[in-house]
Structure formats: structure tokens, C-alpha cells
Design a protein around this ligand. Structure first.
Ligand code: SF4
Ligand code: SF4
Length: 341
């Protein structure tokens, strides 16, 4: 990444963080899925299929326009495998033309020098690749041996920030691999992070003693800012619940290929409202409602967005929120607190 591009990106980051701290009434990060299809089939993943068609460019652009109208700061294109979308460059270009930060999450298989140069030209600003192991196995083929050549291409040609995420847990056979992946990422000039992943059924299992030791070593090698923002992972690694305020459905949005807003990739179906019809009333309801799944949640990006508001606006349980709505419509209904007195 050129120095000028790096400095410009840091300025844009500082600006969206100051804006997010100044006001809580806009989405900070949206994950948008233009392609559910994937070329791989990782054993722990519930976010792909092998059949669906790419979402039409005009439909994606319309969704991006709505995200821009809501005041969204960052849009990350995810999947499935978004590099399989034939008009990915146009999608990235449209994100930038609406003055939002453009990110991409990919399994890395489709990077060639020519493709990387096209992404530079489209205006991509962030790329994250998760690498699960050194040698491919039956759980995952997102493997360093397969992807090393692609990483060298990225190191040489990418004019965007590249982060390599290694993973621990979720049935990944050899935890030492996370350390090998992180060392290679640093060697190639990328930032590196480590994630504790959930099992195929979405449940969290505590890490073994060996996994915990590797987890701490990889964290030391990695992005210091990221490590500071991810202290929740220490609790999760111990299998302990973590107390935080998930702002999914408000500050963080997950937009599926059908254009519906969901809390996140792991809680699809809630609230399940079309983005087109999403209002600030929906935003406020989700911002203020406690999420039952928060204590064991492993989704790093949603935790990071949550930090911006953890210090303000305590959340209410769904029952309290429903009671509040009912009281607004009929002021004679007593509040839960009055019943308890
Ligand atoms: S590459 Fe990503 S989307 Fe595809 S199966 Fe693996 S984890 Fe899922
Ligand atoms: S707590 Fe985690 S799993 Fe639950 S809605 Fe928030 S991001 Fe999704």
C-alpha cells in the first residue's frame, strides 16, 4: 500500500470514528452480500451455497444508495465469495462514489496481479482474508500452502490495506497453524488478527490449554489496536460470557442477498425487514434492545462497533421494550417497574 493511500485511509478512519462518537444515530458498518455462492465449503460455515446467482448490479447499487442515505460510514462486501460477483469492481466504485469506506472479505482464491490492479482502480480500501490452516483438510481449504502465491501477489500489487485473520477453535485441527499464518502475514507486510470461531452449530466451546497458549502468542504478533479492541476474546477463549451491548440492527447492519436487514450472519431472520423499508424507528428499537446471544458472541467486527457506544445508552430487555411500546399507545398500562413495586 502506498504511503499516500495509507495516510488518506487513516484520515478517513479518524473522521468516521469522531462522527460515530459524536452521534449514535447512523450505521457505522454494514456487511452487504451480493453473492451467496462460494467456491469452497468450509466445515464450520453456514454462510454459503453452491447454486445462487449474483445479485444484479442495479439492485446492489440501490441498496448502497439506501445505506448512504442512512448515513453508513463503512460498507464491507462479503459472501459467500464476493470475488465471484462479475461486477464487483462496479460495486466497490459505487461505495466510494457515495463517500463510504469500501472493504472486502474474501477467501483469497481469485487474486491475480491483473485482478488486484482492477480492485486498486475501483477504489478498494480494505481486504480481509481468513486463513484457517497450513495444509488443506476436510474442514477447510483456506490454507496457507494454497494461498501463499496469492498473498505474494497482494504484497506486490495491492494499494489497499490487507489484513490476514487466522483462526482458533471450531474444529481447526492444528492450533500451531495460526502462529505460522500470522508470522507469514507479518513477513509480507500485512496486518494480522486472530479470531475465535464458532462451531458449525454456532455454539462456543472453550479453547484447550494449547489453543489458549497459541492464541496469546498470535495476539502479540498482531495488530496492537485490534488486540486492544478485542479484549472480549479473552473471556470467550476461557468459555466465559462477556458483558457488552450489541448494537446489531442499528450501528451494525447485515444485508443478505435478498436485501433484508438481519442482526448479523449468525442471527439471520431478525429483524428480517427489507432494507428499502428500514426506518430510524427500526434503528432505534434495535439500538436499544438487549440481544440474548451477546454474552457468547464471537463476531469481532460487531464487538468493535459496539465499543463506540458501550459507554452510553444502556439497553432494555425485549419485554421492557414491548412494554414501553404498549404504554406509548395506551398510557393507562402500568410500567413493569410499577407492577414490581
Ligand atoms: S470460504 Fe468463506 S463463505 Fe466460503 S465456505 Fe469458507 S468460510 Fe464460508
Ligand atoms: S450478539 Fe453477536 S450473534 Fe448476537 S446479534 Fe449481536 S453480533 Fe449477532
Amino acid at each position: 500500500m502506498r504511503k499516500a493511500t495509507f495516510l488518506r485511509l487513516k484520515l478517513r478512519e479518524a473522521s468516521f470514528i469522531s462522527r460515530a462518537l459524536a452521534t449514535s444515530r447512523h450505521p457505522v458498518l454494514a456487511h452487504l452480500i451480493p453473492m451467496r455462492r462460494c467456491n469452497l465449503a468450509c466445515g464450520y460455515c453456514n454462510e454459503y451455497d453452491h447454486v445462487s446467482a449474483p445479485v444484479a448490479l442495479e439492485v446492489v447499487k440501490h441498496r448502497l444508495d439506501k445505506l448512504a442515505a442512512l448515513g453508513t460510514s463503512v460498507v464491507t462486501i462479503s459472501g459467500g465469495e464476493p470475488m465471484m460477483h462479475p461486477q464487483l469492481d462496479d460495486i466497490i466504485h459505487h461505495i466510494r462514489s457515495r463517500r463510504m469506506i469500501a472493504g472486502l472479505i474474501s477467501n483469497g482464491y481469485y487474486f491475480t496481479p491483473e485482478r488486484i490492479k482492477r480492485l486498486n482502480k475501483a477504489g478498494l480500501e480494505y481486504l480481509q482474508i481468513s486463513i484457517d490452516n497450513v495444509e488443506p483438510d476436510e474442514v477447510s481449504r483456506k490454507s496457507l500452502r494454497v494461498l501463499d502465491k496469492k498473498l505474494r501477489f497482494l504484497s506486490e500489487f495491492a494499494d489497499f490495506h490487507v489484513n490476514i485473520n487466522s483462526v482458533i477453535g471450531g474444529g481447526i485441527r492444528n492450533p500451531d497453524d495460526a502462529l505460522t499464518v500470522a508470522k507469514r502475514a507479518v513477513e509480507l507486510g500485512f496486518s494480522t488478527t486472530v479470531g475465535v470461531i464458532h462451531d458449525v452449530d454456532g455454539t462456543l466451546k472453550p479453547l484447550s490449554a494449547k489453543e489458549k497458549e497459541i492464541f496469546q502468542q498470535v495476539k502479540k504478533l498482531g495488530n496492537k489496536d485490534h488486540a486492544r479492541l478485542n479484549w472480549f476474546q479473552d473471556s470467550i477463549a476461557e468459555g466465559k460470557p462477556y458483558n457488552w451491548r450489541c448494537r446489531a440492527g442499528a450501528r451494525y447492519l447485515y444485508i443478505c442477498e435478498d436485501g433484508l436487514v438481519h442482526w448479523c450472519s449468525q442471527q439471520r431472520g431478525y429483524p428480517g425487514i427489507p432494507l428499502d423499508q428500514y426506518t430510524m424507528e427500526d434503528f432505534d428499537r434495535e439500538y436499544n434492545t438487549e440481544k440474548w446471544c451477546a454474552p457468547t458472541c464471537t463476531l469481532q467486527c460487531v464487538h468493535q462497533v459496539g465499543i463506540l457506544d458501550n459507554w452510553r445508552h444502556p439497553q432494555k430487555t425485549p419485554a421492557q421494550m414491548a412494554q414501553e411500546r404498549a404504554t406509548q399507545h395506551n398510557p393507562q398500562i402500568p410500567q413493569i417497574s410499577q407492577i414490581q413495586e
